[in-house]
Ligand binder design. Sequence first.
Ligand code: CA
Length: 230
Amino acid sequence: MKRILVLEDESSIRSFVVINLRRAGFEPVEAATGAEALERLREFPDVRVALLDVMLPDMDGFEVCRRIRENDKTIGIIMLSAKSQEMDKITGLTSGADDYVTKPFSTAELTARIDALLRRTAATEAENGSSAELRQGPFVLNTHSRVLTRGGERIKLTQIEYALMQMFMSNPGKALSRGDILAQIWGRNSGAEEKVVDVNIRRLRIKIEEDPTLPLYISTVWGFGYQWNA
Ligand code: CA
């Protein structure tokens, strides 16, 4: 299932895009504001491509794009804009977007761009030698679909929890400091406090551990941070 986020404040355009994406075999998720789009991405960590309108009521699409990229380097981002000026293109691409589609666009054009982007990200991941799956004990984390399973059963994760699992499963047995986890997942200049790491680990343990009070997989390294036990 290829989940696509559609951020567009004009409901007629949004419905048009959503209907046509569904017809083309995608699984669209809708948002009408920047804040809603960020919320949807937390809800659906397996979104592969985000389509972002530029002119929005709360924040512009470039800002949304920057915020998505702070947490997620792998998601594909296509900006949708009514303006075709070269300047917009440059701003869009430097804020972390992968591609750019100018309104009005046809469904064929849009789906072709999405397919091209999905092929490109898959090719990059293959080139980097990064396997699509991280396996540790009963857990399998698929980095293409961003889905975590435990003994074959799916565990729903937020974006942050997904990033934590990816970090842990890529570093089995390594003691990771709160500071390092914070820097890698929230960003060095995010202003987030180390306490947020503990809060998210607690939530993640509830999802993945049989007994979150006696964690087997994510153990605490007292006075330092956390460690993944394979
Ligand atoms: Ca708009």
